[in-house]
Design a protein around this ligand. Structure first.
Ligand code: ADP
Ligand code: MG
Length: 253
């Protein structure tokens, strides 16, 4: 049932004398949303970039969908989708033109409108990326990860800086992508996001994985250990108030 699609074993990445990733091992299962959490500098992006074939590892093994990174990084590249930095979007091109350009780079033919429909941006087809709001730009950059119909997509802090509505909208999109059969690896600094979105999470600190489990199990374990919140927990939080007052619908359309 739970088939690993990514197998990382004893992965080490050093930059000169500095060990950014210190022998970590983990599996990501097919069809799950897997979260990498940890403070800035923990080694999350480095880990993702090694798996994405964008950075050379120092040692260890990485196997993606049965393909050994040491043997055939090109084959791995073909089955993964990596979020491009929005700064990499040519400012003069509109969304349709950008999709056609990226599809050409992947040697794929795609229906740009169908792709834009998936991320709810059809009416922005003729807009340039600089004319999009933050949430729209993130949705477009997620759309670009889907161009080569990947088995796995990598999202490095896709919701950083977004307002609560745009963030929730992106969660729906990410769930939809997973429900359509794509495995998702995501990093985030938002714990509520990880709790709601991720099937399992690995917590990294100083280059090591210090915990790996489902959010539910981690919380249950903490509580079973006698942990109590210092403050009485209310039935709602400030974000609930905000969403209740301002509505769930997107504002940036
Ligand atoms: P995270 O994504 O968890 O914030 P990173 O993987 O970006 O962490 O970085 C992990 C550590 O490696 C940090 O201390 C960072 O400064 C260092 N680092 C990242 N990239 C480089 C690089 N190209 N050269 C040297 N050090 C780097
Ligand atoms: Mg990072």
């Amino acid at each position: 049932m739970q088939k690993p699609i990514i197998e990382v074993k004893d992965l080490v990445k050093s930059y000169d004398n500095f060990n950014a990733v210190k022998s970590i091992s983990f599996n990501v299962y097919q069809g799950e949303i897997f979260g990498l959490l940890g403070p800035n500098g923990a080694g999350k992006s480095t880990t993702l970039e090694v798996i994405e074939t964008l950075r050379e590892k120092t040692s260890g093994t990485v196997i993606v969908d049965g393909i050994d990174l040491d043997e055939n990084p090109g084959a791995i590249k073909k089955i993964i989708g990596v979020q491009l930095q929005s700064s990499g979007f040519y400012p003069g091109l509109n969304l349709l033109e950008l999709i056609k350009l990226f599809a050409g780079l992947y040697n794929k033919t795609v229906d740009p409108f169908e792709l834009l429909k998936k991320v709810n941006l059809v009416d922005k087809a003729k807009s340039k990326s600089k004319e999009l709001s933050g949430g729209q730009r993130q949705r477009f950059s997620i759309a670009t990860t889907l161009i080569n119909q990947p088995k796995i997509i990598f999202l490095d802090e896709p919701t950083t800086g977004l307002d609560p509505q745009a963030r929730r909208n992106l969660w729906d999109l990410i769930r939809e992508i997973r429900d359509n059969g794509t495995t998702v690896i995501i990093t985030t600094h938002y714990m509520d996001e990880a709790e709601q979105l991720c099937d399992r999470i690995a917590i990294m600190d100083e280059g090591k994985i210090i915990k790996l489990d489902s959010p539910d199990k981690m919380i249950d374990e903490l509580v079973a250990g006698g942990f109590e919140r210092p403050k009485q927990v209310k039935a709602a939080n400030l974000e609930d108030v905000f969403i209740h007052l301002t509505g769930k619908e997107m504002r940036d359309e």
